[in-house]
Design a protein around this ligand. Structure first.
Ligand SMILES: [Zn+2]
Length: 278
């Protein structure tokens, strides 16, 4: 879709499955399974949708899916289906990995940052050879010092080789990282998780990452059990959803299996997400 000076294209690195209970936190299963049916292992289908942001002169990629380095065992646990992956959807947009100028990370969990690196000649290297990678410094610090609760999501092979290759620009705080493209720390999911805002021509689009991974997560109490600081997620989301409704923001849902983007509407106190064709 066109947003002022930007062309926004949701890409796909395929799909995977996560425990439905963990995806919806305190929400009981009879409620969430109406929105997201579970398989025999209680897992629900999710997409991985990095966002391509193009201007006349620059190609920016926000997150990059899980990539190809996952072991067969992990691929089975998470039910990865990557027959169609980021390589294909970049090609469908007329691009290859070498065309990407900037990569921005919402955070460094494997389903967002796994695609940042790839095995080249037996070595793990930056997947996008001509790109600068923009990573929030606090997130990098946490991702290189994992603890028992987040260790399963952080794999250093996804980001340490980028720093070793000298291609990372650390983000120190909120604000613009490219003209019209800014980052805002949400906290909640991880301490330094950030959303990415694109503003042009009086319109705003937001890549919410794991703040609202699917359209079902727009309702305030629908918060993932994976979140390290769920009350911070709630506080941020409460304010953000009001702002998004008032500003008619186009929200890009990174993990929604069906809806790539939508606008949040409120009628008689009830929220709904109106899909936007992209
Ligand atoms: Zn995450």
């Amino acid at each position: 879709m066109r947003l002022g000076d930007f062309e926004l294209t949701p890409l796909s690195d395929g799909g995977f499955r996560l425990d439905g209970g963990a995806m919806f936190g305190v929400v009981p299963k009879p409620l969430w399974e109406r929105r997201a049916p579970a398989d025999e292992k209680n897992r629900i289908s999710l997409g991985m949708r990095p966002l391509l942001v193009r201007t006349a002169t620059e190609r920016i990629l926000i997150d990059a899916g899980c990539g190809d380095k996952m072991s067969a065992k992990d691929a089975g646990i998470y039910g990865f289906d990557r027959a169609l992956n980021l390589e294909h959807s970049l090609a469908a947009a007329g691009l290859s990995a070498a065309d990407i100028d900037v990569v921005i990370a919402s955070h460094l969990h494997f389903d967002h940052a796994g695609g940042f690196t790839a095995v080249v000649d037996g070595q793990i290297r930056p997947r996008f050879p001509n790109a600068r990678y923009k990573i929030r410094r606090g997130e990098y610090e946490d991702a290189t010092h994992p603890h028992e609760r987040n260790r399963a999501s952080y794999f250093t092979e996804n980001y340490v080789p980028l720093v070793e290759a000298g291609v990372v620009d650390f983000i120190e705080g909120d604000g613009e990282v490219r003209p019209g493209v800014s980052v805002w720390r949400t906290g909640g999911h991880t301490r330094h998780h950030q959303l990415i805002k694109i503003e042009s021509g009086g319109r705003t689009a937001v890549f919410t990452g794991d703040l609202m991974p699917t359209a079902a997560h727009v309702d305030e109490p629908w918060i993932m059990a994976y979140d390290l600081y769920p009350m911070d997620t709630l506080a941020f989301k409460r304010a953000f959803v009001r702002e998004a409704i008032a500003g008619e923001y186009v929200i890009f849902f990174e993990h929604d299996p069906v809806m790539a983007a939508g606008v949040i509407r409120e009628e008689a106190g009830k929220k709904r997400v109106e899909p936007v064709s992209v």
